[in-house]
Design a protein around this ligand. Structure first.
Ligand code: E4P
Length: 226
């Protein structure tokens, strides 16, 4: 399973990139607002991220509400950098826009997926990525991982049965914890897009810290013997 980072923060993206294991970036209007982003700077900010990520897919979300608007904005966003993926929230208008954009070779990441039928509709419309949300189910007392499992199985069946003519990758979204990452990988999700805080938690383990401490202490003993 690949790791994307779920942020619009350049410093967080740079640091995660420096780890050498990042495969992409996802952003959304809330993440852009969180960094204090201004409307006038949105495009240049997306280009900055796309350039920083050198060829890795970077999802930039359209805020248009009509099919025509999404197609127009999608074409424009995709023209900003070759690695920009157009992110669209699922609805009738965005399915139609996805169908058109995909026919032009523009990659779409369909977001706000909360059910298997939504995921199947997105795949059939030509979405290159499908983003089922996990954490927001947990937030309302439901089991996000169980929901993800259903989506993964349905998409796998669809790809196998119907011999789809385009690649569809599942991006586990709304990730809150390292356990979400583990469960997504166990289920066979292609990607997890993880906020930087949760990504750092994935890196740490108390036993790793304790082990490192004892290696250091023992190495001091070795050095003292010379
Ligand atoms: C998906 O790409 C979204 O940006 C994201 O994962 C939303 O997560 P949230 O529920 O933490 O806002």
């Amino acid at each position: 399973m690949k790791f994307f980072i779920d942020t619009a923060d350049i410093d967080e993206i740079s640091e995660a990139l420096s780890w050498g294991c990042l495969a992409g970036v996802t952003t959304n209007p809330s993440l852009y607002a969180k960094i204090g982003g201004k409307l006038a700077d949105f495009e240049s900010h997306m280009v900055k991220i796309a350039q920083l990520c050198e060829g890795l897919p970077v999802s930039a979300e359209s805020t248009a509400t009509t099919t025509e608007g999404m197609i127009e904005e999608g074409r424009h966003l995709a023209s900003l950098a070759p690695n920009i993926v157009v992110k669209l929230p699922i609805c009738a208008e965005s399915l139609a826009a996805t169908h058109q954009l995909a026919s032009e070779g523009i990659r779409v990441n369909m977001t706000l997926i909360f059910s298997a039928p939504q995921a199947l509709l997105a795949a059939n419309a030509g979405a290159r990525y499908i983003s089922p949300f996990v954490g927001r189910f947990d937030d309302i007392g439901e089991d996000g991982i169980e929901q993800l499992a259903t989506v993964v199985s349905c998409i796998e069946n669809y790809a196998w049965d119907k011999n789809v003519d385009h690649t569809v990758e599942i991006i586990t979204a709304s990730v809150r914890t390292p356990n979400h990452v583990t469960q997504a990988a166990l289920l066979g999700a292609d990607i997890a897009t993880v906020p930087f805080g949760a990504l750092k938690k994935c890196l740490k383990h108390p036993l790793t810290d304790a082990g490192l401490k004892s290696f250091e202490a023992d190495w001091e003993k070795v050095k003292a013997q010379q």
